[in-house]
Design a protein around this ligand. Structure first.
Ligand SMILES: Cc1ncc(C[n+]2csc(CCOP(=O)(O)OP(=O)(O)O)c2C)c(N)n1
Ligand SMILES: [Mg+2]
Length: 578
């Protein structure tokens, strides 16, 4: 049999180290899936909703730094990929999406299932092209793969169904297209300017993000020379927080006070590989040195005195010899002392004092931290689970943490766990899910069973879209439209062939988690958590206090005063409230 265009695709992917493709088949994709079947080396990771394929590929790419691949059939099939692809692209991880298309001669006539993927995916990709003739394919595919890897993002190759099946154009052996790690550092003049700013300052703070991956030594050396406390953005947590005597925690909407304080009290700021988006949490009127390998990222959030274009690792290596090590560690000591106090306060909230029922989510997260493997991969749903993970699940340089940190989509944790577990079958993968998030892609429980992925899901089941309720409270809006009438998720898990257990009381949690974590297969622990748990941001603005007062008043006036009593009971733990 003559090789088809799809065979060339499979050969190129294989030569480039691709081991699996996440997706869901369809007529227009048959040429490709059949080529995978005939080849037999790349596995087909069959999900139940294409969005999960996008998230799974994004997680794999985030974990390995290498290209991950997903595929969808024409029209609605690949349209379902879109939210996962937005997440991958915004997290700047290399994902190739193969989007099958309707027959070429029908494009533009409103044909069955017609969409225009080459237009649709432009906004969530760094490269997006339609392959109109078979001869185009080998080169378009290679360009797409290189774009995804070199620019960090999604590349979409749109292929009409019959093109997959066409005879392959004559083509030399496929080349391996892999991730590279170039050395990128700023010019001498910029480095000298940065050194001057930092040498003149007496209270430098570092804000560190995901760009610090692979640069832990450099981060610590820089903080040591500058006697600088290190604040991190959420995506930086896994690279920054561990073994770090300069760590003062997070700032931002889900951060805590010490991170905010360290930004507020600095007289110069160094931003290292971060696109932290919340401007009110960044200091104004202090000189800023910002390091980013993508020059266009610099100065987006705050006015920057000295832009340094380079990787964090290479830039800090080049900058360090120009810095005069600081002798005064007053700023550092004040900030780390504040952090220790803030940390102690947070730890107190996680203590299991009263055999609580429903459970305090802080306690659930702290117990997952305690019982989770030293090399666990955690995925966390957007919603309040992010708050609890940020505060209570500790990183150690080996553990990994994946979320929808830039795109902020719900329902990410389960499909990301699918990608993580498919990539690392031997590692413990724990998804911390919201009840809203889990329900949104609930069908993926079936994927765990079908692909025999031993993912452990812990559901923070608070019966509500709780994060939105927090936002409503801060905005002075009575709670509305956020109730969730949930089923017994543990029962659903069991009927889908998973291990499932429900936890109603704090005293049951340890045993349930241990049983799930040691179970030889997928498992779900459904934990009833308090709905009215407050998570105060580090900086309470006048507007927020006003908003909360307004919420309380309006809630009482609308006859829902019992909600306020529940809120008080949940949050005033040392008081006996009847
Ligand atoms: C796809 C999507 N829809 C809506 C939102 C807005 N949103 C952010 S958090 C959240 C609530 C999540 O609820 P749940 O998963 O139950 O977690 P909880 O906050 O209750 O712990 C919502 C609706 C979003 N981020 N993504
Ligand atoms: Mg919820």
């Amino acid at each position: 049999m003559t090789a088809t265009v799809a065979d060339v695709m499979v050969a190129t992917l294989k030569a480039s180290g691709v081991r699996r493709v996440y997706g869901l088949p369809g007529d227009s994709l048959n040429g490709f899936t059949d080529a995978l079947r005939r080849d037999g080396e790349i596995t087909w990771e069959h999900v139940r909703h294409e969005e999960a394929a996008g998230f799974a590929a994004a997680a794999e790419a985030a974990l390995t730094g290498e290209l991950a691949v997903c595929a969808g059939s024409c029209g609605p099939g690949n349209l379902h990929l879109i939210n996962g692809l937005f997440d991958a692209n915004r997290s700047r991880v290399p994902v190739l999406a193969i989007a099958a298309h309707i027959p070429r001669e029908e494009i533009g006539d409103g044909y069955f299932q017609e969409t225009h993927p080459d237009r649709l995916f432009v906004e969530c990709s760094v490269y997006c092209e339609l392959v109109s003739v078979p001869e185009q394919l080998p080169r378009v595919l290679e360009m797409a793969m290189r774009a995804a890897l070199a620019r960090g993002g999604v590349a979409v190759v749109v292929v009409p169904g019959e093109v997959f099946l066409a005879d392959a154009p004559s083509h030399p052996d496929p080349v391996a297209i892999r991730a590279t790690s170039p050395v990128v550092r700023p010019d001498e003049q910029s480095l000298a300017a940065a050194a001057q700013v930092l040498n003149n300052a007496s209270a430098v703070t570092i804000m560190a993000g995901a760009g610090c991956a692979g640069a832990h030594d450099q981060l610590l050396a820089l903080a040591g020379a500058l006697k600088a406390p290190v604040v991190h953005a959420f995506r930086g947590k896994e690279w920054v927080e561990y073994d770090n005597p300069y760590d003062v925690g997070m700032t931002g909407l889900i951060g805590f006070s010490s991170g905010y304080r360290a930004m507020e009290h600095c007289d110069a700021l160094v931003m290292l590989g971060t696109d932290f988006p919340y401007r009110p949490f960044l200091p104004d009127r202090v000189p800023v040195v910002q390091v980013d390998v993508r020059g266009e990222q610099i100065g987006k959030r705050v006015q920057v005195q000295v832009p340094l274009v380079g990787t964090v690792k290479d830039t800090v290596d080049a900058l360090l010899p120009l810095l005069e090590p600081k002798a005064d560690s007053g700023h550092l000591h004040r900030m780390t002392a504040h952090y220790r106090r803030a940390r102690a306060g947070l730890d107190k909230l996680a203590a299991d004092k009263r055999n609580a029922s429903p459970l305090h989510p802080q306690y659930v997260a702290a117990t997952i931290d305690k019982l989770g493997a030293a090399d666990a991969i955690f995925t966390v749903d957007v919603g309040t689970p992010c708050i609890w993970v940020a505060r209570y699940v500790r990183m150690n340089g080996t553990r990994r943490l994946i979320g929808s940190f830039s795109h902020g989509s719900m329902a990410n944790a389960l499909p990301q766990a699918i990608g993580a577990q498919a990539t690392y079958p031997g590692r413990q993968v724990v998804a911390l899910s919201g009840d809203g998030g889990l329900a949104m892609l609930l069908g993926e429980l079936l994927t765990l069973r079908q692909l025999q992925l031993p993912v452990k899901i812990v559901v923070f089941n608070n019966g509500a879209l709780s994060f939105v309720e927090l936002e409503m409270k801060a905005g002075g809006i009575p709670t509305y439209g956020t109730d969730l009438v949930d089923p017994d998720f543990a029962g659903i898990a069991r009927s889908a062939g998973l291990f499932g257990v429900r936890v109603e009381k704090a005293s049951e949690l340890d045993d349930a988690l241990r049983a799930a974590f040691t179970h030889n297969g997928p498992a779900l622990v459904d934990v009833r958590t308090a709905r009215q748990e407050l998570a105060l941001p580090p900086k309470l603005t006048y507007e927020q206090i006003k908003g909360f007062t307004l919420y309380a008043t309006r809630t009482v006036l609308s006859g829902e005063g019992s909600e306020l009593i529940e809120l008080t009971k949940t949050n005033l733990r040392d008081l006996e409230v009847e």
